[in-house]
Each structure stands twice: as structure tokens, then as C-alpha cells.
Design a protein around this ligand. Structure first.
Ligand SMILES: [Zn+2]
Length: 505
């Protein structure tokens, strides 16, 4: 079955058909780099990085472009506040953004153009619009005339006459012909820093925000290209205006599929922005702060547990429950390593897992594993439903754990070779499908590493040994005391057929 994509433009799911067979061009609006990135800035990249991975898995060659807006009013104001240059601020914030994305395993961006590097392309498209009578210069500014675009409003489902641009009727339009007309080029003001003044046929100035994306997407991907993505808050006016400019300038479709991700919401129990608790939460929500508090894999997992078109509700409780869910996978991988002697992270995935397995029970088991894989793919084919994909992985892990229980694989280590081999292969499937989501690329740190080193690990092992001796001597009270006290410190003991293991909760 073909991949289905929900297209904001048509308001329905459509079968995905690439503009050029086998190739996908994808453009996602990036950040305006004037302050440190927060969770919301990472959500889009995590989602579209996952979409790229899945499209590649489905055989497409994908080129993914994300822009950086480095010329903007916000940068001018913020750099003045910080007594630095626009350039220095933009470079610093961009570096912070990219470093955080890398930690989150967002590694699929092919091109990251800066607006300041694409001024000739921007001027070219503005000039085209003027030549076609769809844009007009006024005192060094250039505006797009929305009345000249018959389709204006098709993405956000609004009519041009509804565009009041925040002014009451009869108020001064500031040189604009219609209230909804928007700036393609802005004349520089006397106090603008030199770094954001560029020469143009209309005098010194800088581009408007919307035109940057029109110019940068077509520069790298041509027109039309396949997927244009961004947060839902960008549908209007930003994306509506991108379409108007690009389609009017080039006389053909701009982007085929418009994909919008839900926004990040903070579950604050209705506290106000000035409340100290809220202040603390907002501080913690910068990506750097979040990455200090949570593992990057947990943040990525948390984001992908929600379908991309739904809002993401961030709260401590939500992170806690994601952490528990993710630990289920980690514990499963550890169990497989205990049984087989090899971590599933270290075993390359083989799609033909059942080959060479003679034991009929193990063979039937692997057949069911393959059915779960299909279920995962069905979820992902259905508008990249990562939440459904993760749910399928959960069910798969439950199924595999049940198999290991029934076969008593821990107690019969080394005896049931076929069963152990099929367990390893099934675990490999979980890792492989997880990697399509950008998860499970690296082994998570072991409990003892996160607890503070070898000595602690040895002391816990010693306590486990003392507890086992006490239990053998029927001194259960001592055994229980050790277990409860360790649990209070966050160390959980688990008695298994082949011994007691421990982990941090
Ligand atoms: Zn954009």
C-alpha cells in the first residue's frame, strides 16, 4: 500500500506520489535565531527527521532543506539588548540549535541555508513578482498585492477580504493597496545595523520573512517540490504567503503536500506566566536545559509518542510515563543480552530471520514477529503515525517476552539454541524498527554507570549477595529490609531464575 499523507491543502489524506519518481524534496521552516531554542523548536525537526528516515526505508531518495532566518526585526532588537552584533547572535544561537538537534539524533538535514546567504535569489523572485504586476514598490518597501492572486487563502481557507492585518477599516494602510498585502522587501531604517542592509533595485533593505522561504526552497528543491512542513501556527499567514508568492512568480504549483505538526503545550495546571513555578518550567524548557535533565532519546521518544498532527503536552508526569515506557524497551534488550550473551545492539538486523531455524515453535514465533513488523509499517504508512508504530513495538516486545517466559530461556541458557537464536533475531527487529524512528542507535548507559561508577555497583552486588545468604538462612526480615532500603534509594531488585539483577528506577 502506498504511504498516505494528510495534506493541509486538500484537507484529506492522499496517497503519496513523488513529483519525480523515487525522489523526495522536503522543506521545513526553521528557526529565527535570536534566542536559545526550546522544546517547540525540536519537535518539527524530530518529526521530519523521522519522516525522512521512513521515506528512505520505503526506497525514496530524500533531500531535506531547513532554513535559518538570520535577518529579522527580532534579531536586531535582541542583539542590541545583548550589546552584540546580529551576526554574532545568529551564529551563536544557530550553533546551539544544531548541537541540540545532533544530540536528539536529528541528522538528516541536507541543506541549512541562511536567509542572508540567499539575497540574490530573493531579489530575483521579488523582481519577477513586480514584473508580473503582482507586487509594487512603495518608498523602498515592496508589497505583494494579494488581490492579484486568485487562489489567495486556499491553504488556510480564508478569503482576501478577511485580511484586515490588524487595522480597522479606514485606518492608514501605510502605502499598502489592501490591508492584507504583505512586505516582500523592507527598506532599512536609519538605526538598522549594517549587517542587515542589502543593496536592491529598491534601495538598501532586507527581505520579508515569507519571501525567504519561497526563495530558499526553490533554490535547493526546484518547483514544484514534494513536501512542505512546519508547525500549525505557520499555516497563516506564513505558508499562505509563501504559496501566493511562489505560484504567482513561477506560474506553477509550489509544493505538493503541506504537512503541519501540532504545537507544544505546557501542562501548567493553569498557572500564570509570572508564577515562579511557570518561570521555572519555562527556563527548563530551553533545549539545553531539557537535555541536561532528560536523555535525548527520552525526549525524542516522548515527542514521537504523539501523532505529529496532535499537540504535544509537556509535563513532568508525561516525561515520567514516557521514561517508564522507554525503560520497558531497555529492560527487554538487557534480558536478551542475559539470555543470548550478546546485546541486540551488536547484532546486525537480518530480514530473513527465520532462515535456518528448524524448531517449529521458534519458526512460528518468528512468523508472528514478522506480522508485528507489518503492523508497524501499516501505522507508519498511514500518515507517519509514529504513535501507532511505537504501540506496535510495545506489543511486539510483550509478545517476545512471553515467548522467553514460556520457553524458560533464562533457566535453560545455552540449551535451546534455536529458541535463543530466534529471540536474538526478534530483538533485532525491534532495534531495527526503532532506528527508523531515530531510536536505539546507541546502547543506553548501564544502571551502574548512571549511579556513579564501579564501587557503587560492587556495593549493590554485595548487598544482593548478603540478601541471598540471609534468605537461604530463612532470615527473610533481613532480606526484605535490604530490598526495601535499596528501593528507597531508587535501586530495584528483580529475582530471576538465573539470579538477582538490579537497576535504577
Ligand atoms: Zn517558512
Amino acid at each position: 500500500m502506498a504511504i498516505q499523507v494528510y495534506n493541509t491543502l486538500t484537507r484529506r489524506k492522499e496517497p503519496f506520489e513523488a513529483v519525480q519518481p523515487g525522489k523526495v524534496g522536503m522543506y521545513v521552516c526553521g528557526p529565527t535565531v535570536y534566542k536559545p531554542s526550546h522544546l517547540g523548536h525540536a519537535v518539527g525537526p524530530i518529526i521530519f527527521d523521522t519522516i525522512k528516515r521512513y521515506l528512505q526505508y520505503r526506497g525514496y531518495q530524500v533531500r531535506w532543506v531547513v532554513n535559518v532566518t538570520d535577518v529579522d526585526d527580532k534579531l536586531i532588537v535582541e542583539s542590541a539588548n545583548q550589546k552584540t552584533t546580529v551576526f554574532e547572535l545568529a551564529e551563536r544561537v544557530t550553533a546551539d540549535y544544531l548541537a541540540n538537534l545532533k544530540k536528539l539524533n536529528v541528522v538528516g538535514i541536507d541543506d541549512l541555508p541562511r536567509a542572508s546567504e540567499c539575497i540574490p535569489e530573493i531579489i530575483e523572485i521579488v523582481q519577477r513578482l513586480i514584473d508580473r504586476g503582482a507586487a509594487y514598490p512603495v518608498d523602498g518597501d515592496v508589497y505583494f498585492d494579494i488581490i492579484k492572486d486568485e487562489d489567495y487563502g486556499k491553504l488556510s481557507n480564508r478569503k482576501p477580504e478577511e485580511q484586515a492585518s490588524g487595522t480597522r477599516e479606514g485606518l492608514v494602510l501605510g502605502g499598502k493597496r489592501n490591508p492584507g498585502d504583505f512586505a516582500l522587501w523592507k527598506a532599512s531604517k536609519p538605526d538598522d545595523p549594517d549587517e542587515v542592509k542589502f543593496d536592491s533595485p529598491w534601495g538598501k533593505g532586507r527581505p520579508g520573512w515569507h519571501i525567504e522561504c519561497s526563495a530558499m526552497s526553490s533554490k535547493y528543491l526546484g518547483q514544484p517540490f514534494d513536501i512542505h512542513g512546519g508547525g500549525m501556527d505557520l499555516i497563516f499567514p506564513h505558508h499562505e504567503n509563501e504559496i501566493a508568492q511562489s505560484e504567482t512568480a513561477r506560474g506553477c504549483q509550489f509544493a505538493k503536500y503541506w504537512m503541519h505538526n501540532g504545537l507544544t503545550r505546557i501542562n501548567t495546571k493553569k498557572i500564570s506566566k509570572s508564577d515562579p513555578e511557570m518561570q521555572d518550567l519555562l527556563r527548563r524548557l530551553t533545549l539545553s536545559a531539557l537535555l541536561n535533565e532528560y536523555s535525548p532519546e527520552l525526549i525524542r521518544f516522548f515527542v514521537l509518542q504523539t501523532h505529529y498532527r496532535r499537540p504535544i503536552d509537556f509535563s513532568n508526569d508525561a516525561m515520567e510515563s514516557s521514561n517508564k515506557a522507554l525503560s520497558t524497551f531497555y529492560r527487554f534488550f538487557e534480558r536478551v543480552e542475559r539470555i543470548t550473551g550478546t546485546s541486540p545492539y551488536d547484532v546486525p538486523f537480518k530480514p530473513e530471520g527465520a532462515a535456518g531455524i528448524a524448531d517449529p515453535v521458534a519458526g512460528a514465533f518468528l512468523k508472528t514477529v514478522a506480522e508485528y513488523k507489518l503492523r508497524y509499517e501499516e501505522a507508519m504508512d498511514d500518515d507517519f503515525n509514529t504513535a501507532g508504530g511505537i504501540a506496535a513495538l510495545f506489543e511486539l516486545v510483550t509478545f517476545i517476552n512471553r515467548f522467553a517466559d514460556e520457553q524458560q530461556l533464562e533457566a535453560s541458557k545455552g540449551v535451546k539454541a534455536d529458541a535463543a537464536q530466534s529471540l536474538q533475531s526478534a530483538a533485532g527487529t525491534v532495534i531495527f524498527l526503532g532506528q527508523l524512528l531515530g531510536l536505539f542507535s546507541e546502547k543506553p548507559p548501564k544502571a551502574e554507570e548512571s549511579l556513579g561508577g564501579e564501587l557503587t555497583a560492587k556495593l549493590v552486588e554485595l548487598l544482593i549477595d548478603v540478601r541471598n545468604k540471609a534468605r537461604k538462612a530463612k532470615q527473610f526480615e533481613i532480606g526484605d529490609h535490604i530490598r526495601t532500603q535499596l528501593a528507597a534509594m531508587g535501586v530495584k531488585l528483580e529475582d530471576r531464575p538465573d539470579g538477582t539483577i538490579w537497576r535504577m528506577e
